[in-house]
Design a binder for this molecule. Structure first.
Ligand SMILES: *[C@@H]1O[C@H](CO)[C@@H](O)[C@H](O)[C@H]1NC(C)=O
Ligand SMILES: *[C@@H]1O[C@H](CO)[C@@H](O)[C@H](O)[C@H]1NC(C)=O
Length: 362
């Protein structure tokens, strides 16, 4: 009898400690994560939409447990890894599919080909531009308000602990400003004027009432395989005209973040310098174990960069040796490095004024 009781005590102690470890492990550092963006972070919102900007076919998702989900890479995206670093038990679901209580963990509104401007990406078909993503976020907040039974102060306290992530702008250049046979913006605006116009719209869109907001800059898109294949007939030179134009946008975006931090008391905006971090991947490629920095692992044409990865196409053998999965998007390995850097790096070159780990703890 005594032995039995002792065993029972041990057993319940064991169950309690494992439960505690498990529940601690399952509790994320922030209650929810809401994501705005383009194909770099889309996780399936474009699947039901008529567009060329879709990735719900193999070999996209080759290294993702659920296969081709609509993610524009071979495995996890930047925000998938970010969600894991923040301790979320699951990836943040795409808005197209999330309903009810699952919304408490957040939603991903990102849509391939999307931009800050509504017309951006129309050359590829339908998608959800940032204005629509912001509208969908508003709908989510209303659904959460019903879940909170109209208790605004509890809802607002809850939302104030969440992280909002936004990464847009690449398509406003690639699938708008620098696509001159389809769009007229290049003849209407100088690069400086265009950056200012984008930032003016983005400033409005980012006024979401969020208290913890991450804003990602545009990466070094003058150096993606797509540009390397197009530019100058030379496979190894970046398109510096594009890099120069986006740097105008990026430096204005950083100023906007500094401005928000000044005028919105209680709010903290973090600027991720994706240009610097993507440049760092290329410059220190060897250190990171990359062997190929200028070609997509999957694609067609020069540098595998002229046409994106096609259905059932054979990709490169060793994905971990490539920075780029296709003509536009990083491999999972590159995404892991970028996400970890934004989460932990104390360098203000990459994360300004603090990193994501510090933001989560505020
Ligand atoms: C809660 O906020 C919503 C939206 O701002 C508003 O329509 C509603 O009247 C508020 N409810 C209460 C009880 O204050
Ligand atoms: C491509 O550019 C690199 C660097 O500017 C240069 O060294 C190389 O000769 C060029 N190749 C061709 C084929 O033009």
């Amino acid at each position: 009898m005594g032995k039995f009781l002792l065993m029972l005590t041990f057993l319940s102690f064991f169950l309690l400690t494992t439960y505690k470890a498990w529940s601690q492990q399952q509790e994320p550092q922030v209650p929810c994560l809401f994501i705005f963006g383009d194909s770099l972070v889309d996780n399936g919102n474009n699947n039901g939409i008529l567009t060329l900007a879709r990735a719900n076919y193999m070999p996209y998702g080759l290294d993702f447990p659920q296969g081709a989900t609509g993610r524009f890479t071979n495995g996890r995206t930047f925000v998938d890894i970010l969600a894991q670093l923040l301790g979320f038990p699951n990836y943040i679901p795409p808005y197209a599919r999330v309903r009810g209580r699952a919304l408490l963990r957040g939603a991903n509104y990102a849509s391939g080909a999307a931009g800050i401007r509504d017309e951006t990406g129309n050359n590829l078909g339908d998608h959800m531009p940032m204005n629509q993503q912001v509208g969908n976020f508003g709908r989510s907040v209303e659904e959460l308000r019903r879940l909170f039974r109209g208790d605004n102060s509890t809802l607002n306290a809850y939302l104030s602990k969440c992280i909002l992530y936004s990464g847009l702008g690449s398509n406003d250049y690639l699938n708008n400003y620098f696509m001159t046979d389809y769009y007229s913006t290049h003849s209407q605006y100088t690069p400086q004027e265009y950056a200012s116009a984008l930032l003016q719209d983005y400033c409005q869109q980012l006024s979401l009432g969020g208290r913890k907001v991450i804003v990602a800059a545009i990466g070094q898109i003058g150096c993606i395989p797509y540009q390397l294949a197009r530019y100058d007939g030379n496979g190894s030179r970046c398109n510096e005209e594009i890099n120069d134009a986006i740097q105008l946008f990026n430096s204005g975006l950083k100023k906007l973040v500094i401005h928000f931090n000044k005028v919105l008391p209680g709010a903290k905006f973090v600027f991720l310098d994706s240009f610097e971090s993507s440049k760092d991947l290329v410059l220190n490629a060897k250190t990171y174990g990359f062997e190929v920095v200028d070609k997509g692992c999957c694609g067609v044409g020069r540098n595998n960069g002229q046409i994106t990865c096609l259905p059932l196409q054979q990709p490169c053998e060793d994905r971990s040796k490539y920075i780029f999965w296709d003509a536009f998007h990083p491999t999972e390995v590159a995404n892991i490095l970028l996400a970890k850097k934004s989460y932990t790096s104390k360098s203000k070159t990459f994360n300004y004024p603090i990193n994501i780990q510090q933001l989560a703890r505020l």
